[in-house]
Design a protein around this ligand. Sequence first.
Ligand SMILES: NC(=O)c1ccc[n+]([C@@H]2O[C@H](COP(=O)([O-])OP(=O)(O)OC[C@H]3O[C@@H](n4cnc5c(N)ncnc54)[C@H](OP(=O)(O)O)[C@@H]3O)[C@@H](O)[C@H]2O)c1
Length: 328
Amino acid sequence: MKKKVLVTGATGFTGGHLAEELKARNYEVIALSLPNQDKTKLEKLGINVVIGDLTKKDTLLKAVEGVDTVYHIAAIFREQDVPHQLFFDVNVGGTKNLLEVARDAGVRRFVHCSTVGVQGEIKNPPAVETDPYGPGDYYQQSKVEGEQLALQFFKENEMEGVVFRPVGIYGPGDTRFLKIFKFVHNGKFRMIGNGEVLYHLTFVKDLVRGIILCGEKPEAAGELFTLGGNEYVTLNEYIKALAEVLEVPVPKKRVPLFPVWVAAVACEALCYPLRVKPPLYRRRLDFFTKDRAFDISKAKRLLGYKPQVPLKEGLKITAEWYKENNYL
Ligand SMILES: NC(=O)c1ccc[n+]([C@@H]2O[C@H](COP(=O)([O-])OP(=O)(O)OC[C@H]3O[C@@H](n4cnc5c(N)ncnc54)[C@H](OP(=O)(O)O)[C@@H]3O)[C@@H](O)[C@H]2O)c1
């Protein structure tokens, strides 16, 4: 008999890829979806869609019936202009609801998606799983609380649980990284600062293979893994690779960090009292100033995790998808 698995967030980017791969591997896949989402792609793949909302526990009961493994990918992450509280309601309260209904329904394994963002700025790259928490914003704080809650719940309920933390996820279907592709493509990209900070990404299809190992491998139970690509690069190397893939000249223009930082402080000082979102703010500069590099050797050792897509190849596949879908 086919093993039944539940994927939350399957109408989103990562969850969508995961549900598709699980289906291709002959699992019976149930997808949790909020109402009013387009489910045609999932249904065409033969995935059974159950309508539910993580913040409403009763709506989750049907989704976990007879399920062996839950892959909890859904989160409030990209949403803007929603109250900060919603991040906690979904990423913490929603996780609690799902854990409870999963336990009560006898789910064997629960795989929880966190983020490397829970570690915030990395002081001594590459970071390992046991390095301290250091969330830098309310999204990351909600993910810290979500993963801590899951880890505690697994212990208290003797549930087979796994937490994984992805680095930045890119690939077909994502639009978060589109902005930088566009800036490099149209020659408007300017490096702020020296570009020597470290940057770590994972190609979505590699990540999905790692997530499934978290669901399948006995050795994964009770563990926490960072999942990322094989390579991390400096921002300069990343932008160069992107320009080569897009077949445009490598951007050479640079802006010193200090004046931009001063401008960000001024924007924040002017806008926040008026309750207006500043066009430039210090956290936006994090991309140019903070190291994000992670050690994935634990996942390689315990799970046999092996990312297969080199950065440049992944960028090429992503650029092609953007072009085919008229984003670029
Ligand atoms: N993308 C990255 O670079 C990155 C990096 C590290 C970690 N992560 C983590 O990876 C996971 C997936 O990220 P993603 O980029 O694939 O995000 P995404 O495309 O925004 O997908 C999030 C999914 O969560 C669903 N969702 C939100 N609120 C819900 C609720 N109340 N009830 C049920 N479902 C709800 C969304 O439903 P709708 O489709 O209806 O909106 C969507 O399907 C998240 O847990 C995120 O924190 C992402």
